[in-house]
Design a binder for this molecule. Structure first.
Ligand code: BES
Ligand code: ZN
Ligand code: ZN
Length: 500
């Protein structure tokens, strides 16, 4: 689907087109159509009568339609914009894209008179709600090919819309990677995707295979990958803009399939575990977008990739493994594998990359979505500054994070008698705070570096379409990361301010 802009004064649409006009809820009396009433007059549509007949209320995301056949327009849609907040307009744009998905093209005045921020939100939502996974070749391609945003001054919104396009493409890439089934998606395949995206987008890349991982002491990534026929990989993508003095490291969990390993998951819980690399996908897709967005800080993306399988060579419950940098870990549950691969990557980042801030993202624990539900990601941060910056980035990006505590009282749950740490909490000590304990485990590997962790086991995957989210992998995290990096590029003090 391509998104273009046109002036309000320009010609109408081609054949097979839907035209959408915003509608605000009634302050008094009937809901009010917004920009575009002159077009309605031209099409000889009595908006008030349609809205009344369809019992429209103007609430965000409500769409009512009426058929016309005039000037190439087949359908007129009235889309509720509610309180016209960015969130409501995202909802409206997404609903519109869905409703118009069977039309060839859509023209809308939804963005008339909106500021850049909102134009971007509308652009992203129109695109993201129209996403289809084409990977297996069996999904019907979308009929909707062109969306035209009618605005007063097309030149003025070009930049915002361009950014919307880059961000939406990044989210779609993350969705594509996570939606790909694990028969195709081995660690080597995923690393190859990262390589191709890096080369196409001006990002440097280094991929370590099993031999290099062994030579350099990445004992965690190797241990998790041992049961699989497909060797583990570590992808390191680097964006180094000229003059950059600050460095952000992003780390994403890249488990291409999580069977649980010898601590095998029950069949029902295993379904969907092809998306257990959604965090890694978010990092890869973010890295592929930083050049296009002109990100001015140095960014490194690290994705440890492995397939967690039971097999003759698998790590066993009770094994003690040695992470990158030397810390030892008593593996008591091989299904808590995400933290094992992330620990290596975090330790590597802190020891070698001199980061100002490290942020990891992972489908880490089912526990994260028990409390927060499927829509919010659990956010942990070692400083209030980083927590607030990520919350702010998520809000403007249209994603939902919720701050969680790094509760010191639970730290002794991961003390081991035979190693530096154990990989799951002692049941009597973790107080069911499984997501918190996993975060505390990761924290052991970041030293004094300013660090945040996003546990996205809930929002990385959706059971159905909702707003700009589509069923399956959601690409969660990409928009927050991009907004964070854009904010850091605009404000040179942002990153130094994260230390407190
Ligand atoms: N990949 C899972 C977490 C997950 C669960 C993601 C559900 C998405 C949906 C992770 O590797 C895992 O299995 N975690 C265990 C940890 C436990 C063994 C301490 C869990 O959450 O049960
Ligand atoms: Zn697992
Ligand atoms: Zn997992």
């Amino acid at each position: 689907m391509t998104l273009t802009v046109a002036a309000t004064s320009g010609p109408l649409l081609g054949t097979g087109a839907a035209l959408a006009i915003p509608v605000s809820p009634a302050k008094r009396g009937a809901p009010q159509p917004g920009a575009g009433s002159e077009i309605l007059r031209k099409l000889k549509i009595d908006a008030a009568a349609v809205l009344k007949a369809e019992k429209a209320t103007g609430k965000a995301g409500e769409v009512v339609s009426t058929a016309v056949r005039r000037d190439g327009v087949d359908t007129v849609l009235f889309v509720g914009v509610g309180d016209e907040s960015p969130r409501s307009l995202r909802k409206a744009a997404a609903a519109l894209a869905r409703k118009a998905s069977t039309s060839k093209s859509l023209g809308t005045t939804l963005a008339v008179g909106r500021d850049d921020e909102v134009v971007r939100a509308i652009g992203e939502a129109l695109t993201l709600a129209s996403y289809r996974f084409a990977g297996l070749g069996d999904s019907k391609p979308l009929a909707l090919k062109r969306v035209k945003l009618v605005v007063e001054d097309p030149k003025a919104v070009k930049a915002a819309l361009n950014r919307a396009g880059i961000a939406a493409t990044a989210v779609e890439r993350a969705r594509d990677l996570a939606n790909t089934h694990s028969l195709t998606k081995t660690p080597e395949w995923l690393a190859q995707q990262a390589r191709e995206l890096s080369e196409a987008n001006g990002v440097a890349i280094r991929v370590r295979g099993a031999d290099e991982l062994a030579a350099e002491g990445f004992g965690g990534i190797l241990a998790v990958g041992k049961g699989s026929a497909h060797p583990p990989q570590l992808v390191e993508m680097t964006w180094t803009p000229e003059g950059a003095t600050q460095h952000v490291v992003l780390v994403g969990k890249g488990i291409t399939f999580d069977s649980g390993g010898l601590s095998l998951k029950p069949s029902d819980s295993m379904v969907g575990m092809k998306t257990d690399m959604a965090g890694g996908a978010a990092v890869i897709a973010t890295m592929a977008a930083v050049a296009g967005l002109g990100v001015g800080v140095k960014v490194t993306g690290l994705v440890p990739m492995a397939e967690n399988m039971p097999g003759a060579a698998s790590m066993r419950p009770g094994d003690v493994i040695r992470h990158y940098g030397g810390r030892t870990d008593e593996v008591l549950n091989t299904d808590a594998e995400g933290r094992i691969v992330l620990a290596d990557a975090l330790a590597y980042a802190v020891a070698n990359l001199d980061p100002d801030v490290v942020i990891d993202i992972a489908t880490l624990t089912g526990a994260a979505s028990l409390g927060l539900g499927k829509r919010h990601g659990a956010l942990y941060a070692t400083t209030d500054g980083l927590r607030d910056a990520l919350l702010a980035a998520s809000v403007v990006g249209g994603e939902r994070l919720w701050a969680m505590p790094l509760e010191e009282d639970y730290r002794d749950a991961i003390d081991s008698d035979v190693a530096d740490l154990r990989n799951i909490g002692k049941p009597e000590l973790e107080y069911s705070g499984g997501s918190i304990v996993a975060a505390l485990f990761l924290r052991e590997f970041v030293g004094n570096t300013v660090w945040a962790h996003l546990d996205v086991a809930g929002p990385a995957r959706a059971d159905g379409d909702e707003d700009e989210i589509t069923k399956g992998a959601t690409g969660f995290g990409v928009r927050t990361f991009l907004r964070f990096l854009e904010a850091a590029s605009e404000d040179p003090d942002l990153i130094s301010g994260l230390r407190r």
